[in-house]
Design a protein around this ligand. Structure first.
Ligand code: LFR
Length: 471
């Protein structure tokens, strides 16, 4: 058996097929990278799922033969399939507004306490539970497959639901980690569309013969932490348990890892989520709007250079303007600088006057979001935290890492940028017997990756003052 594994990792702004080699430590190479993003057609926002699948095949062909393949992606979104396995329409993007008002309606009918007690999930307007209730074609559906499970189905012909991602639907029982059938029935959703659950490491199936023919080789697909955040948290290069993490890409997912859920009224009020992690762990975290704010600003400034902007942002006046990064108005695609300016005015602050000032505002605001989530995670869970691990693409943003250390008053260890891929391949390597447990997985990442440490510095009182402006 070779010690090579392929990871298919679909992020909201880019996808990649990565190749990991564990013959001598842990080496990662990129086989193929491709852009991703929402596609608006008439009234709705979609994912170009067939285009993504084509890129995945291109990537697998380039990666060459491996021992197994794992697929992860962003959470909550899905395709409905009919009884022949054909897709009933293109998957809708979670930033689409079709779920407007549904979270409130479900809370009113089921009761917010009951909902939290069953699923342990934070309320986000796009959770699968609300999307399914907005779904016009539910009556025709035989199966619902979340995105990585859909890709897995196309690759293997086998259907299943990997549990870490299933935990983001709002329809998984947080205690038993089985589908919450009583809740599903109570909502009037069809119980039959939810496929059997799989655990990370389970075999998902062999490649279909036509797929193997197309990419030129064959290997089984294994379930991994198919929620990208579950894979990223599995690869946080921490030792021990006194750490918080910020998995920072399009979203920042900030929290702690726990052995069991926190379902207290305080936790619900703070909108903390108990998502399923590897090995029965709980990813106790909250979504912070993340680099989406920056990505959408850049989209509004065609031709701008991020490197130059970050340099200029470092020289801008501190705390000239900050916003609550989690304002619902920031969620949909659109003119982000205009929305940030409106939010500054609403909170009595002068809007930034240049792109560099906007970037400064975004990064300070994100750091404030990280700080609030990390602090609340510590308080609500009782977990001691000595260090914040910042992983994902955001770990390459030095200014954001330093601001996060300053705002949290804790050291930040930044890296790896490709934590999700590491988590993906290491779960496969473990299933193949090459790695023993989560601790060893993390130690391997720590030993093979350059990490950078940021000590908290700067004026802590100034961060307090800035926080008081927005929260
Ligand atoms: C991050 C992520 C988050 C999830 C969001 C939407 O990529 O998976 O964990 O809340 O995307 O699916």
């Amino acid at each position: 058996m070779s010690r090579r594994f392929a990871a298919v990792d679909l992020g909201a702004s880019s996808g990649r097929v990565m190749l990991a080699d564990l013959s001598d430590g842990l080496r990662l190479t990129e086989a193929h990278r491709f852009p991703n993003g929402p596609v608006r057609v008439a009234d709705h926002l979609y994912w170009d799922i067939l285009g993504l699948y084509r890129e995945i095949l291109t990537g697998l062909r380039a990666a060459g033969p491996v021992s197994s393949i794992g697929v992860d992606s962003w959470a909550v979104d899905y395709a409905l399939l009919d009884e022949t396995g054909a897709m009933l329409g293109n998957p809708v993007h979670y930033r689409d507004d079709r779920t407007a008002g549904l979270a409130e309606r479900v809370a009113a009918s089921v009761g917010p306490e009951t909902l939290y007690d069953v699923s342990g999930l934070q309320v986000l307007p796009f959770n699968t539970i609300y999307q399914l209730l907005a779904e016009p074609r539910l009556g025709d559906a035989a199966t619902m497959l979340l995105i990585p499970d859909l890709i897995g189905y196309w690759l293997t012909g086998e259907q299943g639901a990997e549990v870490t991602n299933a935990s983001t639907t709002g329809l998984l029982d947080v205690r038993t980690r089985e589908w919450a059938l009583p809740l599903i029935k109570q909502l009037g959703l069809p119980t039959g569309i939810f496929p059997p659950l799989r655990q990370p490491g389970d075999m998902a199936g062999g490649l279909r013969r036509d797929v193997a023919g197309e990419i030129g080789w064959s290997a089984p697909v294994r379930a991994v932490g198919s929620h990208d955040t579950a894979s990223a948290v599995a690869a946080v290069p921490a030792s021990g348990s006194a750490f918080a993490y910020v998995s920072c890409g399009t979203w920042s997912l900030a929290g702690v890892e726990l052995p069991g859920p926190v379902l207290t009224p305080g936790s619900r009020a703070a909108n903390f989520t108990n998502e399923a992690g590897i090995d029965g762990t709980v990813r106790y975290l909250r979504n912070v709007m993340g680099l989406w704010l920056l990505q959408e600003c850049l989209r509004a400034w065609p031709g701008s250079d991020l490197g130059e902007l970050l340099k200029a942002a470092a020289a801008e006046r501190p705390f000239a303007a900050v916003v609550n990064p989690d304002e619902p108005a920031f969620l949909p695609p659109g003119d982000m600088p205009a929305r940030i300016a409106a939010e500054c005015r609403r909170t009595g602050q002068r809007p930034p006057a240049s792109p560099a000032a906007y970037v400064r505002c975004v990064l300070e605001s994100l750091a404030l979001g990280h700080r609030l989530a990390v602090r609340q995670a510590m308080e609500l869970s009782g977990r001691d935290v000595e260090v914040v691990h910042l992983v994902g693409g955001g770990s390459r943003n030095e200014l954001l890492c330093q601001f996060t250390a300053d705002a949290c008053g804790l050291p930040v260890v930044a890296g790896p940028g490709e934590a999700t891929t590491f988590g993906n391949v290491l779960v496969q390597a473990r299933a193949a017997g090459l790695v023993s447990d989560l601790g060893e997985m993390r130690a391997l990442v720590a030993a093979s990756q350059p990490l950078r440490r940021y000590e908290p510095s700067g004026d802590f009182a100034a961060w307090d003052e800035a926080a008081s402006r927005v929260f």
